[in-house]
Design a protein around this ligand. Structure first.
Ligand code: ADP
Ligand code: MG
Length: 229
């Protein structure tokens, strides 16, 4: 797998970033839980892949020109059957520099943001917050140096203003915080190990539920030429 990881990183040099299929493969190699997915280059592969995952599924564009997929109309969620999948494939196929689609199982849970970046003072740092308005409007994000332990991750989660959302808000089942903390800790080790090649990583969303946490989207931005640590 070490070779496969290096190959994915080498292939991403031209674009400057690792798209979702490659990013998920690297994260899986680090033992991180990602949504079940299939990469499909053509419509027949997409149909076959969706059938193997089981509906409902999500279809997402894979293109080196599209960093923010939903902004480009590149994400279709809640596809319920083959007709829906074919229609989504045709739409996504028109997007610039289309390479294929990632078919993803539909996951549920509280949308978390987990990321990493290089800080001039603290080195590799990990950021975690509850997705959506909580991060964007209230800037409710915990930042810690990587690598961090599961216990440190639990403490960081407990420091979030929006922590009630993880504790079974309005009758929802509480999120498995141990599983989420284990994910964040393992992620911090991965980000730290990759730091010479990978400048920053975005996992957005990580879907956290009562039964565990799954990475539903991932991208990795590489250091520019001569910019590595
Ligand atoms: P991007 O961030 O590039 O726009 P995402 O892969 O994050 O694309 O998809 C956009 C949104 O679609 C996510 O924030 C999430 O709400 C939803 N989504 C994506 N993948 C899944 C999935 N596997 N299960 C459920 N919802 C998903
Ligand atoms: Mg995303």
């Amino acid at each position: 797998m070490k070779d496969e990881m290096q190959e994915i990183l080498d292939d991403a040099q031209d674009a400057g970033w690792v798209m979702e299929p490659g990013a998920k493969a690297i994260l899986e190699a680090f033992g991180l839980p990602v949504t079940r997915h299939v990469f499909a280059r053509d419509e027949a592969q997409a149909v076959e892949g969706a059938a193997s995952l089981g509906y409902p599924v999500v279809a997402k564009v894979v293109s080196p020109k599209v960093v923010h997929k939903s902004d480009a109309g590149g994400v279709v969620v809640g596809i319920r059957d083959e007709d829906g999948l074919r229609a989504a494939f045709e739409r996504l196929g028109d997007i610039e520099a289309f390479e294929g689609v990632l078919i993803d199982e539909m996951a549920a849970g509280v949308e978390m943001f987990v990321g990493s970046k290089q800080d001039p003072q603290f080195g590799t740092v990990v950021l975690a917050g509850i997705g959506g308005t909580s991060v964007e409007v209230y800037e409710d994000v915990a930042i810690r140096a990587a690598p961090m332990t599961r216990e440190q991750a639990l403490v960081a989660l407990a420091a979030l203003k929006g922590r009630a959302l993880l504790e079974g808000f309005r009758g929802a089942e509480p999120v498995d915080r141990e599983a989420l903390a284990a994910l964040i800790s393992r992620f911090s080790e991965a980000a730290f190990e990759l730091r010479e090649t990978v400048d920053s990583i975005d996992l957005n969303p990580v879907l956290a539920g009562a039964g565990g946490a799954l990475i539903a989207d991932a991208r990795m931005m590489l250091h520019g030429p001569g910019e590595g640590l």
